[in-house]
Design a protein around this ligand. Sequence first.
Ligand SMILES: [Zn+2]
Ligand SMILES: [Zn+2]
Length: 143
Amino acid sequence: MIQTYSKADAGKALTEAGIKPSAQRVAIMQYLMASHAHPTVDEIFRALSDEYPTLSRTTVYNTVWLLAESGAVKSISIDRANARFDYTPEPHAHFRCRSCGKIVDVMLGELPKPSAPGLIIDSVNVFYEGLCDECVTKQSKQN
Ligand SMILES: [Zn+2]
Ligand SMILES: [Zn+2]
């Protein structure tokens, strides 16, 4: 199912998250809502820089982290420098292809939360690794 999101949808999501919807922030949010590729800061910057020539990498970085801290999007990865960003609001795990590095959503009804006395857990990241369908097809053709 391909869902499209307008600038108005993105602006509304920002306002609901308590973030002032500037034109560049709206563009970044709209991109995240439409993308299922879990883009990095760099990928978002490259995708939008033609349309927004005054957009800087720093603005993208600051915006996605503002969005992540407000809960409007999720950051994936414990390592902040390599973080990827994800709008998909339903709870889900991720699958990373060992060969091409692609990250796809794996829908799960409920993500496991361990009982860990003293820890306040407000976010869960579940990662699977293996080979994606495209890489399996490529490999079977080579053999
Ligand atoms: Zn792959
Ligand atoms: Zn995801």
